[in-house]
Write a protein that binds this ligand. Sequence first.
Ligand code: ZN
Length: 407
Amino acid sequence: MTDHLYYHDSFLYEFDADVAEVTSVDSRPAIILDRTAFYPTSGGQVFDTGWIRPAGAEQKCRVTEVAERDGGAILHFLETAADIQQGSRIRGFIDIDRRRDHMQQHSGQHVLSAAFIQLFNMPTVSFHMGDDACSIDLDTKNLSAAQVEQAETLANDVIIQDRPVTIRFVTQEEAQGLGLRKLPPVERDKLRLIDIENFDLTACGGTHVASTGQIGSILLRKIEKVRQGWRVEFVCGKRAVTTARHDYNALTESGSLLSSHIWDVPQQIRKTQEESRAARKSREQLLEELAGFYAEHLLTETPEHQGRKIVIRIFPDRDLSFTKLLAQRLTRKSPNVIALLGATSGQAALVFAQSPGQPFDMGVLMKEALGKLGGRGGGSKDMAQGGPVQVEGLEDTLKQGADRLRS
Ligand SMILES: [Zn+2]
């Protein structure tokens, strides 16, 4: 079993070790060491990356992933198969920026989970560390925005107080009386405890900061209901700054688009939404009025033939909804109207309608038209609509339809 150097010192960024095994998993080259400071994915914390340099070699070899194999051995996946022999010595280098970030997120999680317990007795049931944000799942039925803010404030107070964070090893028996926030599910002889002075004591195998001040800060973000309770997204340390910067840039752009201060953005959006609702309503009214006038105009200029008026019209600057409106106006105004209308603004549309009581079948007529133009559509005896694939020949198709009705 590999000696876990990171258990005792999270700040050990370089170390020497012997190669215990050279192997590969799914044709990815990997090595196992007798001791390592590389953290493998576990307990919600993701793996370290870094480099390995064989003794006497100039070139470093990139460690792309670290994972724990069944039985406890730790696999260091290498970017390329290197000339490394079993039994040889290597020097390992941890990617410090990535490790520091992970320490900030993971220690921040401990502080946050303890804050939710102390304030509201909401236990954390899982922890997830993502590339951009982290999250904890709280076992609770309800979680309010005010509670989120309170937990954030307490967590940041604990960070500012710069409390020491220490590592301790105890037996299961000793752990019983210590009031741990969380006991690990597996039975182990020795428990590794992370102790945030006078604030939180919990069993954990992760890499942690030496004092809470190193977490920097914690920013709580989205909350969402999940099956088990509530998920709280958060970012710590440098990620909090990066995220806040990103948010600020987005807000600044929104503010400038609305010509308002960023704090007035929600109010401006509300106002804009109201204006847009009012504009939509007024546009609908205008279109109805326009359809009314159009209908009158078309009925006046269309001659009667065998007691019927067949109106044929294609509107290059109107859409389906206006054409339908017009068809309704035309066929309801008089009892003897057949309207064969098309619109070619945006998605082309056809609307066929007849006054109630007229003997034709608009659904059948539409199918015939679409047989020529392609596309789908249909409808009832008095009203049908369709979306032709091609607009070329549209007018001829309508004229031919009218001829069929006249014959
Ligand atoms: Zn932990």
